[in-house]
Design a protein around this ligand. Structure first.
Ligand code: ZN
Length: 367
C-alpha cells in the first residue's frame, strides 16, 4: 500500500492583493515584494525538496479534479459561492479578511479543495494507505460564508462532506496542528456529532477571539469540538505531551473511521506568524503518533491536508520529515536548523508550567 501525494502547479498560481506581509499597502506602508506571508514559495519549495532528495519517487504522485459546485455547496452557501465566482471572473478582489485572489482564483480554490477530497476518497476506498494533499489556498480558517486568514474554501470540510455523501464514511476525526485555531473547520462541524474537530494552537494568536476550551460544539455536536490552546514557547516536548495526554485519548474515545490532519507548519520555531518552538522532528513525531492512532483505530486510514506555514526556508524540511514518516521511506533531508534550534527548547521551569497547563486541558475535556 502506498502513500499518495496530491499536488498541482496551478495551486501555486493563486495570488492577488497588494499587501506588505499582513498589512494592506497604503499610507505609510511600503509595498513588499513578497506580498502576503501566504505565498507560493512556502509550498512550492516543499515540492521542490522532495524532488531534489528523491523522496517523491517513493510516493504515488496524483492529480485530482476540482471540487464540484455541488461539493462546495455542501459546506458553503450558494450566495458566497456565487459572489466568489463572479468576482473571480471579473478579475479578482477580496470578500473577507486577508483573502485576496486574482482572476481565476475561484477555480484554483476549487482545485485545492479537490486535492483534499481526492486524498480522502482514495484512502477510504483503499486506493492508498495514507495520503498528503499539498492544497493551496489553505482552508481551515474559512467559515461557511466568510473567508479569512488566507482561506477561501474549507478544503477539509468539503472533502469530508463529499466522502459522507458518497457513502464512504460517517465518523471522522480532524486533528489540526496548524499554529492558528481551526475556526472554520470548527464552525462547519459545530453541531455534528459525527465529526470530531481537535485544534492545537497558540493561545489567542489568530483568530484572537476564538479557540477557547469552552467552545465544545453545539446541540448534538456538544463535546465533539476540542480546543487545545497552548502558551507561546511550546516546543518539541510540549507538543508531544499534548498529543499523548490529550489528543490520543480523545481519538480513542471518539473511535473515528479515518483521521485527517490539518497540517500547518507554522508552529515551527522560525515561523513569522507563530511564537512556538516546534522543529521538523516535532512534526515527524506527531505524524508517528497519529499514524499509530490510525493503525489501532481505523486500519491506518490517515490523510494530511496542508494548511499554513510561512517560513519559505523551513517548511520544506518539516514537510519532508512528515512525508518520510508517512511513507516509511529511508530517504532523508537532514534538518539544517536542528543544531541551532536544539538550544531553544524550554527550560525546566517552563516544562513544569506547561505540564500543569496540559493537565488542565485534559481535565477540562474529561480526558
Ligand atoms: Zn496557520
Amino acid at each position: 500500500m502506498t502513500t499518495a501525494f496530491y499536488s498541482d502547479e496551478r495551486c501555486f498560481w493563486h495570488g492577488g492583493g497588494n499587501y506588505a506581509f499582513t498589512l494592506p499597502v497604503g499610507g505609510a506602508v511600503q509595498p513588499l515584494a513578497g506580498g502576503l506571508p501566504e505565498n507560493p514559495e512556502t509550498k512550492r519549495r516543499l515540492r521542490n525538496l522532495i524532488e531534489v532528495t528523491g523522496l517523491i519517487d517513493h510516493l504515488s504522485q496524483r492529480k485530482a479534479a476540482p471540487a464540484t459546485w455541488q461539493d462546495m455547496a455542501r459546506v458553503h452557501p450558494e450566495t458566497y459561492l456565487t459572489a466568489f465566482k463572479a468576482m473571480s471572473d471579473a478579475g479578482g478582489g477580496e470578500l473577507g479578511l486577508r483573502t485576496p485572489f486574482g482572476k481565476g482564483g475561484f477555480e484554483i480554490a476549487a482545485l485545492s479543495a479537490g486535492l483534499a477530497s481526492a486524498a480522502l476518497a482514495d484512502v477510504l476506498a483503499g486506493r492508498a494507505r495514507n495520503a498528503y494533499a499539498l492544497s493551496r489556498p489553505p482552508g481551515h480558517h474559512c467559515l461557511p460564508d466568510w473567508p479569512n486568514g488566507f482561506c477561501l474554501l474549507n478544503n477539509i470540510g468539503i472533502a469530508i462532506r463529499a466522502a459522507q455523501a458518497a457513502g464512504l464514511v460517517r465518523r471522522v476525526a480532524v486533528v489540526d496542528w496548524d499554529v492558528h485555531h481551526g475556526n472554520g473547520t470548527e464552525a462547519v462541524f459545530w453541531n455534528d456529532p459525527d465529526v470530531l474537530t481537535i485544534s492545537l494552537h497558540q493561545d489567542r494568536n489568530y483568530p484572537q477571539d476564538t479557540g477557547g476550551i469552552e467552545a465544545r460544539g453545539g446541540s448534538a455536536g456538544l463535546g465533539a469540538n476540542i480546543n487545545l490552546p497552548l502558551p507561546p514557547g511550546t516546543g518539541h516536548t510540549g507538543y508531544l505531551q499534548v498529543m499523548d495526554r490529550v489528543v490520543l485519548p480523545a481519538l480513542h474515545r471518539f473511535a473515528p473511521e479515518v483521521i485527517i490532519v490539518a497540517c500547518g507548519f507554522d508552529a515551527s520555531a522560525v515561523d513569522p506568524l507563530g511564537r512556538m518552538l516546534a522543529t521538523a522532528d516535532t512534526f515527524r513525531q506527531m505524524t508517528r503518533t497519529v499514524m499509530a492512532a490510525a493503525d489501532s483505530l481505523c486500519a491506518g486510514r490517515l490523510v494530511l491536508v496542508h494548511e499554513g506555514g510561512y517560513s519559505e526556508v523551513y517548511v520544506p524540511f518539516c514537510g519532508h520529515a512528515v512525508l518520510e514518516e508517512l511513507s516509511g521511506s529511508t530517504v532523508r533531508a537532514v534538518d539544517p536548523m536542528a543544531v541551532s534550534l536544539a538550544g531553544k527548547q524550554p527550560d525546566a521551569r517552563f516544562d513544569a508550567f506547561l505540564s500543569t497547563w496540559i493537565t488542565d486541558l485534559a481535565t477540562a475535556h474529561g480526558l
